[in-house]
Design a protein around this ligand. Structure first.
Ligand code: ARG
Length: 414
């Protein structure tokens, strides 16, 4: 945990009689972007906090974003923490997501799944710093406010949401930022709201708010346009108990493996999604995402499940996966139902071990082959050249198959 305190600001105030008055402190979940930067002076001026402590949780966003947050915090906040949570993000959040084939309306849940972890880390700093309140920079229109507060509200701290409470428009916000000497130049250069972590990059806002607008190519950063992605790549992705462990037999940590797949699949134009999404509040939103590694891993994982799970398990697991994704989208991973779903999912994943051969080409991640020591498939049984199953046994089965449909049509003959 990197902790930087800026000494220039007073940590306490002294009144006339020399008695020490406790300073009021607030901890802010800080991305380094415009919204959360503007929150810092607002928390001092409007909410009268003496000290604003900023926390940036590293869940795999670009180094440049972390640096920018640190630099901005150095001029704006009283103390800043950068907390490296990448491994925890992979092992405690992304691995369960992979096992659950995490997808909400086609969204691979990258931003949603990171929020509870970020909120918990911010809470840890709150406890350590003895603050009286916790703040976030989310607006009142999105999902993130609900996901953060689902965690924050289980604590003793007051919750402050300046963006939501002051109901500022974008131009009012920019005006205020200029007054405060906050650099807004990049806000004009990049009119989109982008959120990035190891699992996905989301792009919203600006012209993209019109669902009829075809996104300009420059909204994409992780992926080459599929039509321009000429090179092919075939690779074997190995899974152990439902999670990816190696590429072409090279073992690597989840973090390294996801980074490598983002790189090689992104170059082949894989993992772009443009969808109409139903937010928790009910608002519909047009969302664009990039998630190359997620597409490759989830496609391979589902295919391996098809090889090793029974038909009944697969069918029931679709319901469980969909319930899991809804909880993850809502930021309700602490809900007891989630633990119950995880218990079912983990039981099924005991057998999801094996290898899937994937072809990455022109925006598509295609399964070319798969194998597993736990396969339920038997080449011998299904082959037309084998006599170990007597085909004549199927005749009795076929007499009953569709029996009720024939009865309904008053055609009761077998
Ligand atoms: N629609 C996505 C979600 O709700 C993306 C959220 C992006 N958040 C952001 N602060 N830019 O998970």
């Amino acid at each position: 945990m990197l902790e930087v305190a800026y000494k220039r600001r007073k940590l306490w105030k002294r009144c006339y009689f020399g008695e020490v008055i406790v300073v009021s402190k607030v901890v802010l979940s800080y991305s380094g972007g415009l919204d959360t930067s503007v929150c810092i002076p607002i928390l001092r001026e409007r909410y009268k906090y003496d000290k604003v402590i900023t926390v940036t949780v590293d869940v795999g966003q670009p180094q440049s974003d972390l640096k920018k947050a640190e630099t901005r915090a150095a001029t704006l906040s009283d103390k800043h923490y950068t907390i490296d949570s990448k491994e925890e993000f992979v092992e405690q959040y992304l691995f369960p997501l992979i096992k659950a084939n995490g997808s909400y309306e086609g969204y691979t849940l990258g931003q949603a799944i990171a929020r509870p972890l970020i909120a918990k880390k911010v809470l840890e700093v709150a406890d350590r710093e003895g603050v009286s309140a916790i703040a976030h920079g989310c607006t009142g229109k999105g999902n993130d406010q609900l996901r953060f507060e689902a965690i924050f509200r289980a604590s003793k701290y007051k919750i402050r949401a300046p963006m939501r409470e002051l109901n500022l428009t974008r131009s009012e916000e920019i005006e205020y930022a200029l007054e405060q000497g906050i650099d807004v130049s990049t806000t004009f250069e990049k009119p989109y709201s982008v959120d990035e972590n190891l699992w996905s990059r989301s792009i919203e806002g600006g012209r993209l708010e019109d669902p009829a607008c075809v996104p300009p190519e420059d909204v994409y950063k992780w992926t080459t346009a599929p039509t321009k992605a000429e090179t092919k790549l075939q690779l074997n992705l190995d899974f152990k108990r439902g999670v990816p462990v190696s590429i072409d037999g090279r073992h690597s940590s989840g973090l390294e493996l996801i980074r490598e797949l983002n790189e090689v699949a992104g170059k082949r134009g894989i993992g772009r999604t443009d969808l109409m999404e139903d937010r928790i509040l009910g608002l519909k939103a047009r969302e664009i995402y990039e998630h190359p590694a997620a597409t490759v891993i989830l496609t391979a994982h589902k295919d391996l499940e098809a090889l090793v799970l029974t038909r009944k398990e697969r069918k029931f697991k679709e319901l469980v996966d969909s319930a899991w994704a809804e909880l993850a989208y809502e930021g309700l991973l602490e809900e007891p139902l989630c633990a119950a779903l995880d218990a079912f999912i983990n039981t099924t994943q005991e057998r999801v071990t094996g290898s899937v051969t994937m072809l990455l080409h022109k925006g598509l991640a295609t399964v070319r082959a798969r194998s597993s020591p736990n396969a339920l498939y038997s080449e011998e049984l299904v082959s037309f050249n084998d006599k170990s199953l007597d085909q004549r046994d199927a005749e009795g089965f076929s007499k009953y198959h569709g029996f009720q449909s024939r009865a309904y049509r008053k055609f009761v003959k077998y």
